[in-house]
Design a protein around this ligand. Sequence first.
Ligand SMILES: Cc1cc2nc3c(=O)[nH]c(=O)nc-3n(C[C@H](O)[C@H](O)[C@H](O)COP(=O)(O)OP(=O)(O)OC[C@H]3O[C@@H](n4cnc5c(N)ncnc54)[C@H](O)[C@@H]3O)c2cc1C
Length: 399
Amino acid sequence: MNEPRHALIAGAGIGGLAAALALKNQGWQLQILEQSAVLSEVGAGIQIGPNITRILHHWGLQDALQACAFEPERLVSRSALYGHELGVLPLGQAMRERFAAPYFTIHRADLHGVLLQALDQALTQGSSAAHAQLELGQTVQSVSLKDGVQVQTNTQSLQAALLIGADGLWSRVREALWQDGQPTPTGHVAYRALMPMADLPAALRNPQITVWLGPALHVVQYPVRGGQAMNVVVIAHNHADAQQGWDHLVTAHEVLLATAQVCGPLRALLDAMPAWQRWVLFDRAPLPHAQAMAQGRVALLGDAAHPMRPYLAQGAGMAIEDAQALAVALQDRPIPDALAHYAQQRWQRNARVQARARRNGRIFHLSAPWSVARDVALRIAGPQLMNLPWLYGHVAPGT
Ligand SMILES: Cc1cc2nc3c(=O)[nH]c(=O)nc-3n(C[C@H](O)[C@H](O)[C@H](O)COP(=O)(O)OP(=O)(O)OC[C@H]3O[C@@H](n4cnc5c(N)ncnc54)[C@H](O)[C@@H]3O)c2cc1C
């Protein structure tokens, strides 16, 4: 292609960094614009299934991931009210054998760090084709499509051949071009806590992923930081407050009120957590068509394109799949054709994951009598219901 290969990436979250890494050997001059003055990836633990680790391994991140991720042997669902086991999905070796890649749990900051370090290495030691600049304190304020793409940040006007909107849930790129309104509050909040494993009573140091299901709430716990820390997230119905983002410290009393009915063993875990932060959850309806992911020379990626509820544990995963698909599409096509191809390849899968995440939320939070039917189904067919070959077996283009 003889087009100028100057691309802007709005946002240096997991999606923006993944896009930069996937594109780093294609001769692009990449300029990553991040609104934060300091890169400190907030958040908590996330799960990354074999559909994602396969891509990360393809990018050469196997050792770096292995050093900070954790590989649980099982995913166990339990009753939040009574504590008994409902169903089990074998992970560990079973996942590796089935999908040729591991199922990991990892702290978001660690995954972000792995991506950032890999990008850094590619720039300092790697191929001469890699040109990327990460600019902090750069908030994308407006976008227009004229002679390529024009972007106005808080301090500069930029022109490029391609813009990747990886600026998350409240994407300005999306707002500027699609003008399709704001994400909607789900009525659910996430309370998360992290604690060094060594500080937990021995009986609570469970090395598996446990998902506790209860009426209008569920709780997920698993180790992160190579097993050195326990991550706990409570998701509960709560319409009271619509503050955006992480880092809203809440009292243990608020968490206690949200989880008053849970069983003894779960209560013990929640009570052991030293501090809680609240994250109000928003999403959008599943993508309606391909044009919702790309137009002309602008592509959306990750939460900017398809914010989803976290009940399938795939939001960051879909951002990484998007990044790989986008890079492959751009390899040998003119930019608008490449973006149309990318959108066509990605929108239905993303829409399916968004819809399935919403459905999981409804199932997780059922009350009696419907929860009884759910529990029976999990007991009889747990592994089949929880193992999702269409999701975990997806092989991204070029991997
Ligand atoms: C409770 C919870 C649990 C989750 N668990 C999982 C899980 O287990 N597995 C999983 O895969 N996913 C999970 N997710 C989802 C996952 O965290 C997100 O989907 C993912 O982080 C999205 O990445 P992103 O890069 O698209 O957006 P973000 O991480 O939001 O990054 C966007 C970046 O853009 C920057 N930015 C924003 N606006 C501008 C602007 N105007 N100009 C410049 N920069 C800007 C932001 O500062 C940020 O750095 C979970 C989410 C929640 C809430």
